[in-house]
Structure formats: structure tokens, C-alpha cells
Write a protein that binds this ligand. Structure first.
Ligand SMILES: NC(=O)c1ccc[n+]([C@@H]2O[C@H](COP(=O)([O-])OP(=O)(O)OC[C@H]3O[C@@H](n4cnc5c(N)ncnc54)[C@H](O)[C@@H]3O)[C@@H](O)[C@H]2O)c1
Ligand SMILES: [Zn+2]
Length: 370
């Protein structure tokens, strides 16, 4: 029997709790009630999530006398644009909203990001609660206070740092998530082990399969360790001014290039891109003499066993795409003054920020990648 775990994100007066475990959506009313200034919330969700998980949330709120309105968005990354954002805030404002109104984001990272940005900007900021329903959102996007939408110029370019009042990560809600989405989220869990916890990576080698099979105890543990690590990193570097928070981008500069090249769509999910990106980062570090081939092999083996892509060929790319990938990497947000910044591993459990990565060696490496 797995129970609810609680973790505090230490951000002074902006600090908040993350709850992880089964059945939390059914307890949402009780958890949210103490945070409310008025018994009124606006739920933001998407059609798919609404179909599976809205009814128990509504019932739990009603049970505690909390009035609720719901705005249902279409599912998918396309929803995170200015047009949908405009309609969302218009809808919320038309229904009446006051400073004391609480916004509740029920869904994956798309819902969390757009609803969080709405909360950050409506009336210059109203409270919001995250109820993440994808594994990726539970271990990553719902923690840390980054909110954003996409613009014509690129992804996540319009947003705010804005912390939720509470995160409820209901592990039972993942049962309805497509397997491929679960595996993609698992890629981000592995990332936490690789960036600073070799022991955690080792435990994932033992029970990663159980996590992907949503076995309650293993799943709750993995989500908790991930959230705790992100919470500690965020508390030390809330607005990503130092290197700490940048370490969370391990695998992401390569990953974003792969996503851009494959069109940011179903061909390659974000977590899949991160998995392959982490393998490329390890291989490149081996080539530069920074990491061992043994560690690189271990990482590739584990991610492949989890059903994640670990070769360019698996996603229909090859070394002949090197120049285009490099061009995408040059456009990554983490680029400063035209130089490419990479997060590279020294070993499993330790990564560092390399500014001014050697571009020609990177080009040669990608050209030879399979
Ligand atoms: N703010 C951050 O720090 C941060 C970090 C990482 C990613 N992100 C953002 O998160 C987004 C990706 O998030 P995501 O992977 O959760 O995608 P998503 O929100 O699009 O969810 C993926 C799909 O799963 C469906 N879904 C969600 N929960 C479900 C459930 N329990 N059962 C069945 N279907 C369900 C959704 O409707 C959607 O079709 C991207 O926009 C990315 O930029 C933000
Ligand atoms: Zn990510």
C-alpha cells in the first residue's frame, strides 16, 4: 500500500507543498480548501484530461462547498499559443474573477504552462494549483514555477516565473496516459539521476521497469526523488541566473535540435528527444575525453531498455543531418553570444556547464553519429 508523500519547495513566502501519491485528485477539495480566500476556483484543463479526470475533481471540490467553473482547451502543443491564451483569459475574465479566485491547472505540461501564465498575468497575479496528469508534468513542468506559451519566434518565449500554491501529483491519474507518454516522462526521471545522483540512477536500473509499469510504490518513489531534486535546484536558483538550474537542461540542447528537426510533433516526443539528447551528450563527452565509454554504454543501455530512442536512425535522422542539427543548436535559448553552451557529463551523477563548446568537434561528432 503506497501512501501520500509530501515535500516542501523552500522559497520563503512563495514556498509551497508538492504532494505525490495515488488518489490525490479525489482529495483535491480537502487539500485546496485551506488555501482559498473565497470558495471559488476556475479549472483549466484539456478535452482528453477532462474526459478521464474532471469528474472526480469536481466531485471533490463540491464535497467541500467549493464553487467551480471549467475552461476546456483542445489537447496538444498547438494550444500553447497567443490565440488560445487570449481566448482563455477572456473566458476566465468574462465569468468573473477576483484576486481571491484560485486557478486550478488539471493536465499535462501544456495545460500547466498556459494556465500558469494566465494565473501570473490575470489581475497581475492570482493563485494557482497544479494538478499534473502526465509523468513529464509530475516530475518536471509542474515544479519550479516556469510558465510560458509559444510565439511565432519559438517555444516558451513568452512567460513568467510564477510559483503555484500547491502541486498535487496524483500517480493514479497516469493509468490513462498512453504508454509512449509514460516512457517519454521516464526520460526526464533518468535525467535527475544522471545530473547529480548516481545512486538514484542505479536504483532506476533496478526498478525503472516497475516505474514505467506504474507500479505504485516504485512510481511514487521515482516521482518524489525527481521532484525533490528539482525543488532543491529551483530553491537555490529560482530564476536560472546561475549554473545550477541550467544543469536541468542536460540532454536538452541536443534534444531541442532533434525536436526542431523532426517538427516538434508526434514523430518525437519531448522526453524521447531528451533521452537521445542525453545519449549524444555522453557520447560527445567520451569523444572529448571527459567521460568514460563504460558510463556512456550504461546510459544508452538503460534508456533503450525503457523503450526510448538512443540512435539518430531510430528517429529517421543520420549523420548527414549534422549541419542542420548544429544550426538548431545555435538557435537554442541557452546560446549566449553565438557560442553553443552544452551541459556535459563527467560521469553518471555529475554534469557541468560547458560554455563555448568546440563547434567543429561537435560538427564532426554529429556527422559520424548513427
Ligand atoms: N514549465 C516547465 O518547467 C516545463 C518543463 C518541461 C516541459 N514543459 C512544457 O510541457 C509541455 C509538454 O508537457 P506534456 O508532455 O505533459 O504534454 P501535454 O500536456 O500535451 O500532454 C500530452 C498528451 O497527453 C494527454 N494527457 C494528459 N494527461 C493525461 C492522462 N492522465 N490520461 C490520458 N491522457 C492524458 C494530453 O491531453 C496530451 O494529449 C511542453 O509544452 C513543454 O514546453 C514545461
Ligand atoms: Zn524537458
Amino acid at each position: 500500500m503506497s501512501t501520500i508523500e509530501r515535500l516542501r519547495v523552500e522559497l520563503g513566502e512563495r514556498g509551497y507543498d508538492i504532494l505525490v501519491g495515488p488518489g490525490l485528485i479525489g482529495r483535491a477539495g480537502a487539500e485546496i480548501l485551506p488555501l482559498l480566500r473565497r470558495r471559488q476556483v476556475v479549472i483549466v484543463t484539456d478535452e482528453t484530461v477532462a474526459r478521464h479526470h474532471l469528474a472526480p475533481l469536481s466531485a471533490s471540490l463540491a464535497e467541500h462547498g467549493i464553487a467551480e467553473r471549467t475552461v476546456v482547451l483542445p489537447p496538444g502543443e498547438g494550444t500553447k499559443d497567443l490565440a488560445h491564451f487570449g481566448r482563455l483569459v477572456d473566458d476566465i475574465l468574462a465569468g468573473g474573477v477576483e484576486r481571491g479566485t484560485m486557478l486550478v491547472a488539471l493536465g499535462g505540461g501544456v495545460v500547466g504552462d498556459i494556465a500558469g501564465f494566465a494565473a501570473a498575468t490575470l489581475l497581475r497575479g492570482i493563485d494557482f494549483v497544479q494538478i499534473p496528469t502526465t509523468l513529464l508534468a509530475q516530475v518536471d513542468s509542474s515544479v519550479g514555477g516556469k510558465t510560458a506559451i509559444n510565439t511565432a519566434a519559438g517555444k516558451n518565449l513568452l512567460g513568467a516565473f510564477y510559483q503555484p500554491r500547491l502541486v498535487l501529483a496524483d500517480t493514479t491519474s497516469l493509468a490513462t496516459l498512453p504508454r509512449r507518454e509514460v516512457r517519454a516522462g521516464y526520460g526526464e526521471i533518468v535525467k535527475y539521476g544522471l545530473i547529480r545522483d548516481a545512486g538514484f540512477f542505479q536504483s532506476l536500473e533496478a526498478e525503472g521497469e516497475a516505474v514505467c509499469d506504474l507500479e505504485p510504490a516504485a512510481l511514487t518513489r521515482a516521482v518524489m526523488v525527481s521532484c525533490r531534486m528539482k525543488a532543491v535546484i529551483v530553491a537555490a536558483d529560482e530564476r536560472e541566473t546561475g549554473d545550477d538550474r541550467a544543469l536541468l537542461n542536460f540532454g536538452h540542447t541536443f534534444g531541442h535540435a532533434l525536436e526542431a528537426e523532426t517538427g516538434f510533433g508526434d514523430r518525437l516526443l519531448h522526453g524521447e528527444a531528451v533521452a537521445l539528447g542525453m545519449v549524444l551528450a555522453f557520447d560527445f563527452a567520451v569523444r572529448l575525453g571527459l567521460a568514460s565509454g563504460q558510463d556512456s554504454h550504461r546510459v544508452r543501455h538503460h534508456l533503450a531498455a525503457a523503450g526510448l530512442p538512443t540512435e539518430l536512425s531510430a528517429i529517421g535522422l543520420s549523420g548527414s543531418d549534422a549541419d542542420r542539427l548544429l544550426a538548431h543548436m545555435g538557435k537554442d535559448k541557452k546560446v549566449r553570444d553565438g557560442a553553443i553552451t552544452l551541459i556535459l557529463p563527467r560521469r553518471i551523477g555529475e554534469v557541468f556547464v560547458m560554455r563555448d563548446a568546440p563547434v567543429e568537434q561537435l560538427r564532426a561528432f554529429l556527422a559520424e553519429a548513427r
